[in-house]
Design a protein around this ligand. Structure first.
Ligand code: N01
Length: 583
């Protein structure tokens, strides 16, 4: 049995035949802001959301311990100065319920719900070439059309639940971290099995261990994790940030990752082993993802990386008392190649007598039995199984919708060998289809809300421009798209991140093409390129039906995205990105 959040809809009549300027798929942070931005520019929009409420990722991922690992003060919308001032976070890293409360606050404050249809999954989106409209259908029988169709489907929203043999034999519940029930799951006196050791598992395992009578963790690949050192919000720091929020946002936008933290550009091997140890200790003490700022070349030079990797392994060995378990928890791959995890007490949990680590790298999980998980003939008893097995990342979010563009081409066919987009915004053959944080854009390598806002502003301005000039459609030209895809691949090759089997390259799902999907050339480089394309009259894009020139729009949302690159932290990927034309 698999339990997932209730999406039982209240009854409402299906919507038939309404035409909108835009139909938006998803009411997470992307869909919410898209709706707000379009309204600001005078467009009509309908949002369809599969969940019962707003929040997207933060609606679905309710597992114990879920929290953001970008600092709260940097993980929020930046489009409204009053919103910046009025919201207050309780901790350095916000817990999931608080982020969800923030999404709800935004939805209420900007009166967004009235245009959202909840508990409704878009099933198909088909481009009608004659009418130049997208025809959208939902699982509630809605049939509407949109001049634009905007996918705000998230990068990590299609849960991967491996097809373990015997799934139906197991008598207890099977939960996925990304489809967590709304009601509290009480693990008291339960024998719990957790499959996977990625970010979701690493956050939930210490919490589950507090209640469970027995916890068995099935690990296929160990992950590096840096302590969060989470703490209550420092109110003085909050006051300082709020006194100049635009200043912080500008510093964030100048950085390769779209968020700000102290960054040392020096190469790791330029320091003595003693200096490195001190440096790593200091950055470990700061905690979280900013550990990667200890040296400038950690993600670009294998030998430099190995010094950080060995430091992290020694941390694991110093925490986990049982040497065999400690070694099993030590990754042997590139540090930070898979998404770095951020934890509170993860490794310490393995010192508890009722917590067991089972290595399933050489002998995979054989099957689920009536009362547990079987590996190599041994049944590990469990009353409940938690699949912390991740997502069909980036492209998986599009796969649940039948998307058909010009000449009957489906997106699934077009992306069979890997996603093809121009700047992660749009794909040739699919006019007026936009993708918020689509593959080929920085998305998951940047702070997501920054990445979302920049995309939304670009798309909304683009629609306003097309309206102004009376155009019907826009789509990337094939040549621009090919050059863009080549550029994404070329720059990815500069980084060690492209070298391991991670969800960034689709390697976590059997049978997927191996392609590095996000753009690693750096957030500000990417943003500037989007601006240049726009300023050059949508260079590389094909616009049909419009008069070529028009007065500049009165409101230009992208105005706030003209930010200088922080040249003090320019990375080798950014250097490469500047040398190779983007489109
Ligand atoms: O998923 P994952 P996640 N048998 O794909 C294992 C973001 N996020 O939900 O590595 C056994 O990272 C798999 O093993 P392997 C963040 O970007 C953010 O944890 O493929 N094991 C792996 O250990 C993150 O990276 C936050 O060998 C199997 C695990 O399942 C992303 O979401 C919090 C298996 C999946 O790990 C995804 O994280 C949480 C099998 N058949 C998530 N199949 C914050 O902001 C898979 N695995 C804090």
């Amino acid at each position: 049995m698999t339990t997932s959040p209730s999406t039982a809809p209240s009854s409402r009549p299906a919507e038939d035949g309404t035409r909108y300027d835009a139909v938006i798929v998803g009411a997470g942070f992307g869909g919410l802001y898209m709706l707000h931005a379009l309204r600001r520019l005078g467009f009509s929009a309908r949002v369809f959301e599969a969940g019962d409420d707003v929040g997207g990722t933060w609606y679905w991922n309710r597992y114990p311990g879920a929290r953001c690992d970008i600092e709260s003060l940097q993980y929020s919308y930046s489009f409204d100065p009053d919103l910046d001032q009025e919201w207050s976070w309780s901790e350095r890293y916000a817990p999931q319920p608080e982020i969800l409360a923030y999404a709800n606050h935004v939805a209420d404050r900007f009166d967004l719900r009235r245009d959202i249809r909840f508990a409704t999954r878009v099933t198909t989106a088909r481009f009608d070439e004659d009418a130049a409209l997208w025809e959208i259908e939902t699982d509630r029988g809605d049939r509407v059309s949109g001049w634009f169709c905007i996918m705000a489907v998230g990068c990590l929203s299609n849960a991967n639940i491996p097809d373990f043999p015997g799934r139906d034999e197991f008598e207890g519940p099977v939960l996925h971290t990304g489809q967590w029930p709304h009601e509290e799951v009480d693990f008291t006196d339960m024998r719990v099995a957790v499959i996977g050791t990625g970010s979701s598992a690493i956050q939930s395992i210490p919490i589950i261990a507090r209640q469970a009578s027995r916890l068995t963790v099935f690990q296929r690949t160990p992950n590096y994790s840096v302590p969060a050192w989470n703490r209550p919000m420092d109110r003085e720091q909050e006051r300082e940030v709020k006194a100049d929020y635009p200043g912080l946002r500008a510093r964030m936008r100048g950085r390769p990752t779209g968020f700000f933290f102290p960054f040392n550009i020096d190469p790791a091997l330029g320091s003595t082993p003693e200096e490195r140890e001190r440096q790593y200790e200091e950055f470990w003490g700061r905690g979280g993802l900013p550990f990667l700022g200890a040296y400038g070349d950690l993600l670009f030079d294998a030998d430099a990386n190995e010094t950080a990797a060995e430091f992290a392994r020694n941390k694991i060995r110093s925490i986990v008392r049982e040497p065999a378990t400690a070694e099993l928890l030590c990754p042997d791959n590139v540090f930070g190649c898979k998404r770095l995890c951020v934890d509170t007490g993860y490794y310490e949990t393995y010192n508890l007598p009722h917590v067991h680590l089972v290595n399933v790298s050489d002998t995979p999980i054989e099957r689920f039995a009536r009362d547990g998980v079987v590996v190599d003939g041994t049944t590990w008893p469990a009353d409940i199984i938690i699949c912390a097995t991740g997502f069909a990342a980036m492209t998986g979010s599009f796969e649940r919708i039948g998307i058909t563009g010009r000449s009957g081409l489906t997106l699934a066919e077009k992306w069979r060998a890997g996603p093809r987009t121009c700047l992660g915004l749009s794909s040739h053959g699919f006019p007026n289809l936009f993708m918020i944080t689509g593959p080929g854009s920085p998305s998951v390598l940047a702070s997501m809300i920054q990445a979302i806002e920049q995309h939304v502003d670009w798309m909304a301005d683009c629609m306003a421009h097309l309206r102004d000039i009376g155009a019907r459609t826009i789509e990337p030209g094939a040549a621009a798209e090919d050059a863009g895809v080549d550029h994404v691949n070329e720059v990815a090759g500069v980084s060690l991140r492209s070298t391991c089997s991670s969800w960034y390259v689709g390697a976590n799902i059997p049978g997927r093409p191996r392609v590095f999907m996000p753009y690693i050339g750096g957030f500000p480089i990417y943003v500037n390129r989007c601006n240049e394309v726009m300023d050059a009259g949508y260079e590389g894009f094909i616009i049909t039906g419009g008069a070529p020139a028009a007065a500049p729009p009165e409101v230009r949302l992208t105005e706030r995205w003209h930010v200088p690159v922080d040249i003090d932290v320019i990375s080798p990927a950014m250097v490469a990105a500047r040398q190779v034309p983007v489109v």
